[in-house]
Design a protein around this ligand. Structure first.
Ligand SMILES: Cc1cc2nc3c(=O)[nH]c(=O)nc-3n(C[C@H](O)[C@H](O)[C@H](O)COP(=O)(O)O)c2cc1C
Length: 171
């Protein structure tokens, strides 16, 4: 079974989740950034990670995901919103839809620290702007700044460990 673990990460959050998932892959695998990933055709199982941009996988991950057909696919992601919010659920559903011509063997999503530059930009917006900062958003950014954490890594590992078990691979 040929396995690819690949990810896209602008500020390092999704990369940390990818690094954690490495621990539980039961066989040899190819590990790289999605920008360097070989054709999906070369693999049987593909675990792909992305950061959320407007409720979608970021562009680099999206382009790769659109090429994956007929494989066993695991998806993992980080985002600034709460994973169990409507936006969080929509983001994962959108990702699942993009790879729907595959067997999805597991998915994982958690918060990830939002780029300080983006937060500063939000703070500079006028009050009537849709992205203007509010107390609620500041609280969410503060919570996001503590993710991904050890608990997130353990949950991601657990989900994909089960996924590989379901493929009847010795873990
Ligand atoms: C340009 C940009 C757009 C973003 N858009 C969203 C978004 O639509 N929804 C969201 O929940 N988080 C959004 N975020 C937050 C990132 O998804 C989050 O911080 C993620 O953990 C970044 O992952 P990375 O460190 O692997 O790049 C955005 C961040 C940036 C920089």
């Amino acid at each position: 079974m040929k396995i690819l673990l690949t990810y896209s990460s602008k500020t390092g959050n999704t990369e940390k989740v990818a690094e954690a998932i490495k621990d539980i892959i039961p066989e040899d695998f190819h590990f790289c950034k999605v920008q360097d990933a070989p054709s999906p055709e070369e693999f049987d199982v593909i675990l792909i990670g992305f950061w959320v941009d407007r409720a979608m996988p970021d562009r680099d991950a999206l382009e790769y995901m659109q090429k994956i057909k007929g494989k066993k696919v695991g998806i993992f992601a980080t985002l600034g919103a709460y994973p169990d919010s409507p936006h969080g659920r929509e983001s994962m559903q959108n990702a699942r839809d993009i790879v729907k011509e595959n067997e999805i063997i597991g998915d994982f999503i958690c918060q990830g620290k939002i780029d300080e530059k983006l937060v500063e930009m939000f703070k500079s917006l006028p009050d009537n702007h849709p992205h203007a900062i509010t107390e609620e958003k500041l609280k969410r950014y503060e919570i996001a700044s503590r993710h991904p954490n050890e608990e997130d890594f353990e949950r991601a590992k657990h989900i994909f460990k089960l996924a590989f078990k379901s493929l009847a691979v010795e873990v």
